[in-house]
Design a protein around this ligand. Structure first.
Ligand code: HEC
Length: 221
């Protein structure tokens, strides 16, 4: 018994590492009471994420009502599945098995991801993809190393690259990793991209807790 405890403690550091290096998280600073931001977030989500990730615990109709989106606009502009009805749950076409085959990991349902990961984590994650030719999709992520997800917002952000600085260690010049830097080669400026990601995070936080929005509007009148 004691031997197992010793082995467990010896393994602990590597187990912690396997969960990913601790990268400082940036604050999302999203605002659930900002309906325009939630609407923009829903649009980004349906365009860039819903192809792989469902939010199957919520219905289109509820989202339209909560976010003040007229139902016909929701059907025409945000629901791309011709067979979907406004009262349907937000499931999608890609099966877990297909995703696992394509990406080496299933694309998890995102209804509750903001509760599990936290908004700051998602905000940082979506701004932390960088060029890495050794990976299947040519990108890696500083907060989620060896991630199976491609950089789906690449056309908006471009692809950041790793930055190194030459430093002198023990009389030898070595390259020290400084973090990643966006080259600004996407459609949006760095600031606009941060705003877009903030809107997405806002929508994901709302998805995890539509009741929060209701409670806030009750409190605020
Ligand atoms: C082409 C398919 C695809 C698209 C599109 C996509 N993802 Fe992903 N996503 C994945 C896969 C696969 C994983 C699992 C990665 C892994 O486990 O290595 C993932 C993981 C994630 C995670 C981490 C979940 C967790 O807790 O582990 C988040 C958050 C996420 N995606 C958000 C998004 C958002 C937001 C969008 C839209 C901007 C998006 N994804 C678009 C395939 C996709």
């Amino acid at each position: 018994m004691k031997k197992w405890i010793v082995i467990l403690f010896a393994l602990l550091p590597s187990m912690v590492l396997a969960a990913g290096p601790k990268v400082p998280l940036d604050s999302a600073n999203n605002d659930l009471s900002d309906t325009a931001s939630l609407q923009r977030g829903a649009k980004l989500f349906m365009n860039y994420c819903f192809g792989c990730h469902a939010t199957q615990y919520q219905r289109y109709e509820r989202v339209a009502e909560d976010l003040g989106i007229p139902k016909n606009l929701m059907m025409e502009n945000l629901i791309f599945d011709a067979n979907a009805k406004i009262g349907d749950l937000m499931t999608n076409a890609i099966s877990t098995k297909d995703a696992a085959t394509f990406f080496g990991a299933p694309a998890p349902d995102l209804t509750l991801v903001s509760r599990v990961r936290g908004t700051d984590w998602i905000y940082t994650y979506l701004r932390s993809f960088y060029e890495d030719p050794s990976r299947p999709f040519g990108v890696n992520n500083t907060v989620f190393p060896s991630v199976g997800m491609p950089h789906v917002l690449e056309e908006l952000q471009g692809t950041p690259v790793k930055q190194y600085k030459k430093v002198l260690i023990d009389g030898e010049m070595v390259e020290e990793f400084q973090g990643i830097k966006s080259l600004g080669n996407g459609e949006l400026s760095a600031e606009e991209y941060d705003d877009a990601v903030r809107d997405l995070v806002n929508f994901l936080e709302y998805s995890g807790e539509p009741m929060k929005l209701e409670r806030q509007s009750l409190v605020c009148g």
